[in-house]
Design a protein around this ligand. Structure first.
Ligand SMILES: [Zn+2]
Ligand SMILES: [Zn+2]
Length: 308
């Protein structure tokens, strides 16, 4: 069989997306169908701190013929700094991981009433029902849903304004919440038979940038990779992070961090992961699965992949 260059299609891989199971605006099935329309071959669903969207997304992936990697984005903390940790293919019922997820989700849920109290103190009447209506049945209600309720009530124009004026760290209605310790969470993901990748390590929202020393230490704990290509990173940050990944031996990923209409400038496939890096990540996940005593979830293979 001859391989004409014109027939070589580049596999397009997006490993960081959100559905309504957390703060995206698409249902998991809509997310998968949108990914197929966007020409993606491989999609990871990575809702915040939950595996709730996995089953629906996998069914849709089989229908539309794309590969689906089950994942999640865990809210962690490292030396006082907020770090988002992407976990791919972990067994979410693995005890250490399940404990942390329960604590994170409970923390998110419990701060909503306090945020509503503070908004009330500012003269903005917004009820728990308004927030629940805005959450469309998400695993836990949180700030993005309060923001959406503020938009619905006409208090602000969009989520960005809601965070800038009220809900962002240090703003008038901000309430601190629980985050899982980073190193323990990396270990918990490994024990659960999965692999972890730090999301947007030099992005907005964090209080600093993990440097070479920190990333080397985290790699020793079991960190598999870092998200290099993300909209929060400019060209210089991407170049430096790619260099760090290569020097330390971390996988370098690229993803959209798509939230549907919940986040502008994060269209599906706006950043993608190099197929070779994806293969490395999946190989590490396979090793972790073998070493763990868990039965991790599986990748749903669409017929369109693995043939490029
Ligand atoms: Zn994030
Ligand atoms: Zn995200």
């Amino acid at each position: 069989m001859t391989a004409g260059n014109s027939r070589v299609a580049r596999v397009r891989i997006d490993l960081h997306t959100h559905s309504r199971a957390s703060d995206g605006t698409d249902t998991p099935a809509e997310l998968v169908r949108a990914a197929a329309r966007a020409g993606l071959d491989v999609l990871a669903i990575t809702d915040h701190d939950t595996a709730d969207g996995w089953v629906e997304a996998a069914a849709a992936a089989t229908e539309v013929g794309i590969t689906l990697v089950p994942g999640m984005e865990i809210s962690t903390i490292h030396y006082g700094r907020s770090v988002h940790l992407l976990a791919y293919l972990p067994d979410p019922t693995s005890p250490a991981l399940a404990d942390e997820l329960t604590r994170v989700l409970a923390g998110r849920e419990s701060r909503v009433p306090e945020m509503l109290d503070r908004l009330r103190g500012l003269g903005i009447e917004i009820s728990a029902d308004d927030v629940r209506a805005a959450s469309h049945g998400a695993a836990a209600t949180g700030r993005p849903h309060v923001a959406d309720a503020l938009v619905t009530l006409g208090v602000v124009a969009d989520r960005t304004e809601a965070f800038d004026r009220f809900l962002g760290a240090g703003r008038t209605a901000y309430v601190h919440r629980y985050a899982a310790p980073l190193e323990a969470t990396i270990r918990a993901v490994t024990e659960a038979g999965g692999v972890s990748v730090i999301a947007h390590p030099w992005g907005r929202g964090g209080l600093g940038r993990p440097d070479e020393t920190t990333l080397t230490q985290l790699h020793a704990v079991g960190l598999a990779g870092i998200e290099v290509d993300h909209q929060d990173h400019d060209a210089a940050a991407r170049a430096r992070l790619r260099e760090l990944a290569r020097d330390i031996g971390l996988v370098a990923t690229g993803s959209s961090d798509y939230h549907g209409t919940g986040k502008v400038d994060h269209e599906l496939g706006c950043n993608t992961t190099d197929p070779a890096e994806y293969e490395r990540l999946m190989a590490l996940a396979a090793e972790a699965a073998v070493r763990s005593d868990r039965v991790p979830p599986v990748v749903t293979y669409g017929p369109a992949t693995g043939t490029a």
